[in-house]
Each structure stands twice: as structure tokens, then as C-alpha cells.
Design a protein around this ligand. Structure first.
Ligand code: MOS
Length: 747
């Protein structure tokens, strides 16, 4: 079946494939999907981390004796007793060089830092044992605010060093501008809060270890664990068939999981560790807070003369990851001069890390509000202003975009939303209940990274296929979309293609991150499928008994489980027939795939979109409701429009969350997060999202990869945050530059 069959896709547009439902959907909704913590190998022990209640200082004592006296407790691991590791955890390890917290010493660097691991026969005993440790501290004043921390310039390379982008002369551009806008924006620390907490069940067999854990980057994690445990990477197997959300945090290995694996090795029994919700607020990454400044020069025609975006991004006292927020400004609007740069600030917090749309989410929030302010300063409609500053080529380099249907996104989104006729000034619209109504918009943008990936495609004697790649389905529907890509390459119906994924023993499917998984693992599956078909064609066209004999140079086409001669449709043969006559049980195609470096060099590659928001604000109480959201996105070829729409919805809902809900609230006296739970760390519920529409704009991209697929996972957050903040301004006349926007900010 062709992905491009148009009949069922009128709703989704002309370049979209089949809107199949998720292969794993029924397993999940019936509770039969096995998540990491569902594994219970024989003889398994339970581990619980004890965590610090202070944010900075030292643990002076732990009552290990009291814990060990508990009848269920088997062992207590503290800095004094932690078995050695083969790699110094204080040393960064490429490629995602993070320093890992694994009981190196008694220093406390953030609240909720693991300070001991208690291993017991039952979860209850481990939990009680951890409570009996009764830690005593020597506490120092925590540094948690922008004025408290040590500032530093980011390192030039590595994960902690967002690139500084610069072209043109920004100061000269600002000096000659008719007006200059200078604005400050603040975004908070946010935590991933995947439904499934970080977990591991570790079981050693000699110097091999089996790890059941949710994981977004199987091969990379195997290599990292192997380094820490001093064993070859092939001795580490990670099983991660399902993830209850990842958002970036499950691409990075972390201290608690390493401790549990160490315990399993030391005690020669399987060990399970599942973090509690509260314990997720610390050792497993988060989105660091930012303080951003934008300076925008404008001429009398409403064009940018210069753009300066600087982010001060929070990180921990012991590592360097910085939210690369200012990157959001580097590829969107045409400006003759641009400077984007970062400064770090060290706070007493766990180390931040990638969290859905890292950099772009926080940076776009600031940029899109600043652009709205610039439009207002020029007396222009926000959409007109954006079109006026549209980047036809990549700002700075002048390289062409591999594809860019952003104009179509603007036009289609505006039409569907009903943007025309929007009053320019704020406080002009009311609904029948007297609520203030506002309309705002934002541009969405996300890069298209591509990870090297491998795959195997086995055509079987019955004409069906098995395709394999060690990918990760975090919930995005990878099992389904990847099978569709493989099916097309193999000329089969997706129903005839079995996909195996989610275990590290399979060919490396690359990283499920950066919105690049479908493109990366998909390209590998496409190429492996094509390799299998090429071998099959070889068999048939060289076999005098085949109707395809001699078609070698003319070529054959794979369709509906048969090979057809290109020059003669009446001459065809089924895969099963070809294999049977050749006496072959199967044909195995393989591929290692990555992006064509020449195409990457010659083009700028991004997904684009436009988001339009309507809010209603109670003029007396300040309560803000998002009442409508329309997003139009162009992301190359759409493999499965149902899943892609779902990704856009998820991103846009996260945009609502960023704009109005999410914030880790820190008690600056103790350095502790006061809302480390899902009751008080707010995310939107259904009632917060009344009307949501995602439009899939057709876009053909011949350069991004051979399957024309860009990324859809993260772009929905970008654009949406600014659109909502801008709609709030349009409703109320109050410009809020700090997220989330609270009712007290607008009354
Ligand atoms: Mo995403 S932050 O690359 O999982």
C-alpha cells in the first residue's frame, strides 16, 4: 500500500500517508504493555534512594545501624560503602557528557540529591529503612536566585556550550535603527513529569547485565553503562519496549539507576529501583530557568535592523548544561545583524538537561513576545510584521532552506483561525459574558537533526516481512510510523510487516530525541527494505523461470507483495513465488543510514509552523482561559497524519502548560522545590484545552533525507507559548514577560 494513497486523507492533505492507529494502543489501554517496573525476576530485591532535605552543605551522619537493624533490609549503600566504578563519575563522558551523582562523597549539591541507597526484600522495608537513616547535616545557605549564583561563560564545546551565533554588526544595526526595543523575559525551571517515573530492574549474569528501563537512546546508553561498569558494550542489554513518556530525560543516564545496577552486582540478585514522583525533582534533569534579554532594532518600514538575544541560563554547581534559549532567534527572522549568546549561572539545583524542545521552547517564548512587541511598536499587525521580516534564506549564511512552507502555514492558520479583522489595539473585544477577548500568534520553528541509525529487513518465505531496529516508542507511535515506512520500501501492506524494536540487541536505531527518530530510524528501515528488495530483484531477474527474467536494466517495482517489470505490468511475480523457486527461506536486507553530508552542508533544515491563540480573561478576577488554538505546521512528508496531529496537539498543549501552568517553585530559604508532585506542579487538563486544531501543511523536501521526513515532536511547543502571551496582551493590554503568566500579573 502506498503511503500516498489519497482517498482516506482528504482531511490531512496531499502528502500524508495512512492515518493508521497505534500498533501498541490496545496493549497500552488494556494494561498489558510491560513497562520497566512491571518486571519481577525471581529473587528480586527492592532499592530506594534516601535523598537530601537540604540543598547545599554536607551530610554529617547517617544512622546506618538503625537501617540495617530493620528485618527486611539487606544492605545500605552510602558514600563510605559504595562499590567502585570503572569510570570516574566526576569526569564527563561523551557524547552527552554529564557528571553523574553516585554517592561520590558526603557533599550535598541540591535538594533531593541521593545520599544513600537502601536495598531490602520488600519495597516497604526499603522505604522504611531509608526513613531510619535520620541524616544530620551541616547546611550552607542555598543559592537559588539569579542574584545568588556564580556567573560563567559557557565552555566552547560540549553539551554545556550552546553555540554563539553572530553575523553583521549588531551595535551598528541598533545605532541606526529608528527605534530600539530592549526587553527582559523570565522562564522558570520546569520538570519532565513523564507518567512513568525513571525505573530500572537490573539483573547480572556473570559480567553481563540485563537492564529493564525506559530509555530513549539504547546504544548510547549501553556504551555509557559499559564504561561505568568496566565491561564491553555488548555485555549490556537494555530492554525498553514501552516508555511512559521521556521528553529528553530518558536519553541521559542518571545516578539512581547506576546505584541500583551496582547494588545488583554487589548482592548477586536482581534489583529494582523506581523513583517516586518527588525524587524525580532533582537527579534526572529538568528544564533550567532562564533570564533572557532581547534587543531589537527597527527601521521606519517595520524591518529588523539588528537582533540581539542573550540568555542567562541556570545550571547546577557541578555541571554545565545550559538551556540554549537564544538559539531560537538564529534561524527565524531576516535581520542583517544578529548576535545570540549565553551565560551560565550556577545554582544549588540538580543539573538541567534536554526537556522537550530544549532551547527553542524557552527561547521562542521570549522571542515571539518580543516580536509581537516590535509589531506593536511599528503599529503593524503581528502577522504582517512577521511576513515583512520573513527569511527567504537562512539568516546570516544565505543558504537556501531545504524546504520552507512557513508562508503557507501563516496563510492557512490565519484563515482557519479567522485572524483577518483582528483589531490592532488591545482591549477591543469582549464576549457576551463581558470577558476580555484577545488574539495572538507566534511562529514555530524546530531544527531537523538526523542521527546515524541501522536496521534489518527480513523478507520471509510467506511474503511477509520482519523489520528490526533498536528504536524507542515514548508514546509518539514509532512502532506504527516506522512499520509504515518499512512497508512502503518493501512494497507490502503495513499489516504484513512485523516490527521489532525497543531492545538494544537489535541494530542501533539511533536516538529517539531531537524530533529526529522517525527520520533517522525510518531512513535506516527504508534503506534496509530497499536492500532486501534489490536482492529479491536480483534473484528474479536472473532466473530464466521467472516472468521477470532479463528485466535487470529495465528494473522492477515492488508493490503489494509482488515485483512488476517496469515496462510491462502484465509480467509480475509474488515475493513468495520468487523465494520458493530459489529455495530461500528468507532474504535479509541491512542498512546503515545517515544524512547526506553534502545536502546538510548546502541547506538549512527546519520544520516550521504558525500558531494562533484566543484567550478570554475575566476582567475582575484575572482568570485566563485559552479558548481556541490553531496551529499550522509544515514538516516535510507526513508518514501517519493521525500520529502527527497527535504530536502537534501534545506540543501545543505543552505550550499552554508553559504559558500558564508549569513552574517548579523554590523555597529560597531551604532551596527545596515546594511543589514536587502532580497535585501542585500544574499541567493542563482537558478542561484547560477547549478547542484545538492542527493543520498539516503539505511540504516536499528533497534534501532533508531520502524519505523527505522532518520532525514533528517538539515544534508544537514553540510558537504556542508566545501566541498565548500575545493574546493575553491583546485582551488586557498588559504585557507579561515572565512565565507562567499568573492572574496576579494582569490585574
Ligand atoms: Mo527530546 S528533549 O530531544 O527527547
Amino acid at each position: 500500500m502506498s503511503l500516498d494513497a489519497p482517498s482516506t486523507n482528504a482531511r490531512y492533505g496531499s502528502n500524508a500517508g495512512q492515518p493508521l492507529t497505534r500498533r501498541d494502543g490496545v496493549l497500552k489501554v488494556t494494561g498489558r504493555a510491560t513497562y520497566a517496573a512491571d518486571n519481577h525476576p525471581d529473587g528480586m530485591l527492592y532499592a530506594v534512594t534516601a535523598v537530601s532535605r537540604i540543598a547545599r552543605g554536607r551530610v554529617t551522619s547517617l544512622d546506618v545501624e538503625a537501617t540495617k537493624a530493620h528485618p527486611g533490609v539487606v544492605e545500605v549503600m552510602t558514600p563510605a560503602s559504595r562499590p567502585p566504578l570503572a569510570h570516574d563519575p566526576d569526569e564527563k563522558m561523551p557524547p552527552f557528557g554529564f557528571r553523574i551523582e553516585v554517592l561520590q562523597d558526603s557533599t550535598v549539591r541540591y535538594a533531593n540529591q541521593p545520599i544513600a541507597l537502601v536495598i531490602a526484600e520488600t519495597l516497604e522495608a526499603a522505604t522504611e529503612g531509608a526513613a531510619l537513616l535520620n541524616p544530620q547535616y551541616d547546611a550552607d545557605e542555598p543559592r537559588t536566585g539569579i542574584d545568588d549564583g556564580l556567573r560563567f561563560d559557557p565552555p566552547a564545546v560540549g553539551v554545556g556550550g550552546p553555540p554563539k551565533a553572530a553575523f553583521g554588526d549588531v551595535e551598528a544595526g541598533l545605532a541606526k535603527a529608528a527605534q530600539v526595543l530592549e526587553r527582559d523575559y523570565v522562564t522558570p525551571a520546569q520538570y519532565h513529569n513523564a507518567m512513568e517515573p525513571h525505573a530500572v530492574v537490573a539483573e547480572w549474569d556473570g559480567d553481563h547485565v540485563m537492564l529493564d528501563m525506559p530509555n530513549q537512546a539504547l546504544a548510547m546508553s549501553c556504551a555509557s553503562y559499559a564504561t561505568y561498569f568496566g565491561i564491553p558494550p555488548e555485555n549490556v542489554t537494555i530492554r525498553s519496549p514501552f516508555l511512559g513518556g521521556g521528553f529528553g530525560s530518558k536519553a541521559i543516564i542518571n545516578g539512581p539507576q547506576i546505584l541500583a545496577i551496582l547494588a545488583a552486582r554487589a548482592l548477586k540478585r536482581p534489583v529494582k529501583l523506581v523513583l517516586s514522583r518527588a525524587q524525580m525533582y532533582g537527579p534526572v534533569g529538568h528544564r533550567g530557568g532562564t533570564w533572557q534579554k532581547l534587543r531589537i532594532g527597527l527601521n521606519n518600514d517595520g524591518q529588523l535592523t539588528a537582533l540581539h538575544h542573550k540568555s542567562i541560563s541556570a545550571t547546577s554547581s557541578f555541571d554545565d548544561f545550559l538551556e540554549p534559549a537564544a538559539n531560537a532567534s538564529t534561524h527565524l527572522y531576516a535581520s542583517p545583524a544578529l548576535l545570540s549568546e549565553h551565560e551560565g549561572i550556577r545554582l544549588d539545583t540538580g543539573t538541567p538537561g534536554p526537556m522537550r524542545a530544549p532551547g527553542e521552547a524557552s527561547g521562542s517564548a521570549a522571542l515571539e513576545v518580543a516580536i509581537d512587541e516590535a509589531a506593536d511598536a511599528c503599529g503593524m499587525d503581528p502577522l504582517d510584521f512577521r511576513l515583512h521580516n520573513y527569511a527567504e534564506t537562512e539568516p546570516g549564511s544565505g543558504r537556501p532552506f531545504s524546504s520552507k512552507a512557513l508562508r503557507e502555514c501563516y496563510a492557512e492558520g490565519a484563515k482557519r483561525f479567522g485572524w483577518a479583522g483582528r483589531p490592532l489595539a488591545s482591549r477591543q473585544m469582549r464576549d457576551k459574558n463581558g470577558f476580555l477577548v484577545g488574539w495572538g500568534m507566534g511562529t514555530a520553528l524546530f531544527p531537523c537533526p538526523h542521527f546515524p541509525a541501522e536496521a534489518r529487513a527480513t523478507l520471509r518465505a510467506d511474503g511477509t516481512a520482519l523489520v528490526e531496529t533498536a528504536g524507542a516508542d515514548m508514546g509518539q507511535g514509532a512502532w506504527t510510523a516506522l512499520a509504515q515506512i518499512a512497508a512502503e520500501a518493501l512494497g507490502l501492506d503495513p499489516e504484513q510487516v512485523e516490527l521489532h524494536s525497543g531492545i538494544s540487541t537489535l541494530p542501533d536505531g539511533g536516538i529517539a530525541g531531537g524530533s529526529g527518530h522517525t527520520a533517522s530510524a525510518g531512513l535506516a528501515l527504508n534503506n534496509a527494505g530497499k536492500d532486501a528488495i534489490a536482492q529479491l530483484s536480483e534473484l528474479a531477474t536472473n532466473d530464466p523461470a521467472s516472468p521477470l527474467f532479463g528485466a535487470g536494466n529495465i528494473g522492477v517495482e515492488a508493490r503489494a507483495g509482488r515485483l512488476y517489470r517496469r515496462d510491462d505490468e502484465t509480467r509480475s511475480e509474488s515475493y513468495a513465488e520468487i523465494l520458493a523457486r530459489a529455495g530461500r527461506r528468507e532474504i535479509v536486507g541491512t542498512a546503515k543510514a545517515s544524512r547526506d553530508p553534502a545536502a546538510a552542508e548546502a541547506h538549512a533544515m527546519f520544520s516550521h509552523g504558525a500558531v494562533f491563540a484566543e484567550v478570554k480573561v475575566d476582567p475582575d478576577l484575572g482568570q485566563i482561559r485559552v479558548t481556541r488554538l490553531v496551529g499550522a505546521f509544515a514538516a516535510g512528508r507526513i508518514i501517519n497524519p493521525r500520529l502527527v496531529e497527535s504530536q502537534y496537539f501534545g506540543g501545543m498543549i505543552w505550550g499552554v502548560s508553559f504559558a500558564l501552568h508549569e513552574e517548579a517553585i523554590i523555597d529560597h530559604r531551604t532551596g527545596r522545590i515546594m511543589n514536587a508532585d502532580l497535585a501542585e506542579y500544574h499541567v493542563p487538563i482537558n478542561a484547560d484545552i477547549p478547542s484545538l486544531e492542527a493543520i498539516l501543511i503539505p511540504e516536499n523536501d528533497p534534501f532533508v533525507n531520502a524519505i523527505g521526513v522532518k520532525g514533528v515532536g517538539e515544534i508544537g511547543i514553540t510558537g504556542t507559548v508566545g501566541a498565548i502571551a500575545n493574546a493575553i496582551w491583546h485582551a488586557t493590554g498588559v504585557r507579561v514577560r515572565k512565565f507562567p503568566v499568573r492572574l496576579e500579573d494582569i490585574i
